[in-house]
Design a protein around this ligand. Structure first.
Ligand SMILES: [Zn+2]
Length: 111
């Protein structure tokens, strides 16, 4: 199966925030590719607020969302990352590749 991670990076004109809009599939494999993009967005401008928006992703694995959340918090804790906000859908969608599976409710709180 080919779950593609698609990310659109939007930097505010005033450079206060960078939004990483994920529209593809976030899986336990693909979320790792998101981490360097978050680090690079964070390094673009000093003090920029990075927002990772997963609300329009076509597929979000619950385990991947939790692993991403854990990684962001760990790197923030070690001062390797600034403020990162994770915007999650209320229900994790499963893409057409997994059409037989129902959406999974979100367990972790939105930050
Ligand atoms: Zn998928």
């Amino acid at each position: 199966m080919d779950h593609k991670l698609r990310i659109l990076v939007r930097l505010d004109i005033d450079r206060n925030s960078a939004v990483l809009a994920v529209t593809g599939c976030l899986t336990t494999e693909s979320y790792r590719a998101l981490l360097p993009v978050i680090r690079r967005a964070n390094a673009l401008v000093d003090g920029v607020a990075v927002i990772v928006d997963l609300r329009n992703a076509i597929h979000v694995d619950a385990a991947a969302a939790e692993a991403l959340n854990d990684s962001i918090r760990l790197e923030h804790h070690h001062h390797e990352l600034g403020a990162v906000t994770l915007q999650l859908p209320d229900m994790y969608p499963a893409c057409g590749l997994l059409a037989s599976l129902p959406p999974v409710p979100r367990l972790i709180a939105a930050s």
